[in-house]
Design a protein around this ligand. Structure first.
Ligand SMILES: [Zn+2]
Length: 476
């Protein structure tokens, strides 16, 4: 079975057919680093992470690029209005745009670690790619699909007939939207900026193209430049949040394809908005959470990750604090089942005769089929919990336990919501050492010492559970 993914461009499920067999190139639109990353941003980033992990699970060699937008993203970017988000934050706080970018880039990277993200191979900053943006702008000017007015450079949408195809927006709609912000320099209200002249902007460069004046790049050109630099002119997968579809990705397609004459992206994938308490997250409604807000409430990174990834990326996902409590319980169920299997494998609990072969095969098959079906994580989790139930009621053999644990390790490798394999006992090592001493004492019929050790362990808040396969420690 091939992997089937929903392509936003064709609005269909399509088989993944990479340009180079066995390899996948993937670009994810990353954060704009003007504030702390919120959980809505992370729904999209975690979806990209799960996608990459599953592709690797399926044997693909993935090259993943996620950009850091640290310049050019306007507060009203859908109509090219407002000001650069970095500059706005600078005015608000009195700090420089560069300082702000540094702080929130670091914070984003910390959140990635906290949420168990496998780091993209490249995480370029837009401000490091001004020259590459200039090369594309130069070429678009030369080809006559971009034009310059008072130093500002615009892409001429009318010269790219496929404009609007990704978002499905028709011409009238686009023009009506664009007219909200009247810009007399534009030939067509839909045209978008590649370069903006501004010698007051904190982040400014000499125009990196012939005749270019001092200013800063438009947001869209950044992603085209960074994607092309690392992954070439055509890539297999490009992801983002659904709010990136228009205008950002529509513009990326236009400028990149006008520049290369080749298809830019094989499959476009977009994660749906996160709802919080059944409504769009907003600061004014008081339902706005950053990643650190959630961790400060005592939830762990994997609990948050679970709550943000448990539903397939295209389905509506309603986030609640109650959902985090549910995530905690679900994770604990998996951990308990794994712990019992570890004890059987380690000879600390009596093994049965069941090799679990069919159960394990069914779990692998169901998990894989769910993920191949456009990353249906909820189905993959259901397959995992069916497996938990089957393991719990089985009388697993040592080898059965070993193979079942490998299956859990694989599911963890893809979803990264269950944590590492639990140890058989979480008892402190000094108590485990005492338990071993007691075993020796009992074997030599030194009952006094054995009893004394039992008391010592009891005083430390643990109890000895004698089982056929040996004694183990449990919290008293
Ligand atoms: Zn982007």
């Amino acid at each position: 079975m091939p992997i089937r993914l929903h392509n936003s461009f064709t609005r269909q499920l399509e088989d993944l057919r990479p340009i180079v067999a066995g390899k996948v190139t993937m670009y994810n639109c990353g954060p704009t680093v003007y504030s702390s990353p919120h959980i809505g941003n992370f729904r999209s980033f975690l979806f990209a992470d799960v996608l990459r992990r599953f592709l690797e699970d399926q044997g693909y060699e993935v090259t993943q690029v996620m950009n850091i937008t640290d310049v050019g993203h306007l507060t009203l970017d859908d109509v090219e209005g407002g000001e650069d988000k970095m500059e706005a934050e600078s005015k608000r706080t009195g700090r420089t745009a560069w300082d702000i970018a540094k702080q929130y880039t670091e914070e984003f990277q910390t959140c990635q670690e906290q949420l168990n993200v496998r780091l993209p191979h490249h995480m370029p900053r837009a401000t490091d790619f001004i020259e590459q943006m200039g090369e594309i702008i130069e070429d678009l000017l030369k080809k006559g699909v971009a034009y310059e007015v008072n130093g500002n450079v615009y892409f001429e949408v009318g010269k790219f007939p496929a404009y609007g195809k990704l978002s499905g927006k028709v011409l009238d709609e686009l023009e009506a939207g664009a007219r909200v912000a009247v810009n007399k320099e534009k030939k067509d209200p839909r045209d978008f900026a590649l370069w903006k002249v501004d010698d007051q902007h904190q982040m400014q460069w000499d125009g990196p193209f012939t005749g270019g004046q001092r200013g800063f790049p438009g947001w869209h050109i950044e992603c085209s430049a960074m994607s092309m630099h690392y992954l070439g002119r055509s890539i297999d997968i490009h992801t983002g949040g659904e709010d990136n579809v228009f205008p950002h990705h529509e513009c990326e397609i236009a400028q990149t394809e006008a520049h290369t004459g080749e298809r830019f992206v094989g499959i476009w994938m977009h994660a749906r908005h996160l709802l919080v308490d059944n409504t769009k997250m907003s600061k004014s409604l008081g339902n706005f959470f950053t990643v650190s807000d959630i961790l400060a409430k005592g939830y762990t990174g994997i609990e948050l990750r679970y709550a943000l990834t448990r539903v397939q990326y295209r389905q509506s996902l309603n986030f609640t604090l109650h959902g985090l409590d549910e995530a905690r319980k679900a994770i604990a169920r998996v951990a308990e089942a794994r712990k019992r299997l570890v004890r059987i494998r380690e000879g600390e609990e009596r093994a049965g005769g069941d090799d679990l072969k069919d159960v394990i095969q069914a779990a692998h098959d169901n998990f894989t089929a769910s993920m191949q079906d456009d990353l249906n994580v909820s189905e993959a989790l259901a397959a995992t919990f069916d497996f938990v139930a089957a393991c719990n009621k089985s009388e697993a053999s040592v080898d059965g336990a070993k193979q079942a644990l490998l299956a859990f390790a694989r599911f963890e490798d893809v979803l990264a919501v269950f944590g590492d394999e639990p140890v058989a006992s979480d008892a402190p090592p000094e108590l485990v050492a005492l338990l071993a001493k007691r075993k020796v004492a009992k074997a030599s019929k030194d009952w006094a010492t054995a009893d004394q050790i039992r008391d010592e362990i009891g005083a430390a808040g643990w109890k000895i559970v004698d089982a056929a396969a040996g004694a183990r420690l449990e919290k008293a």
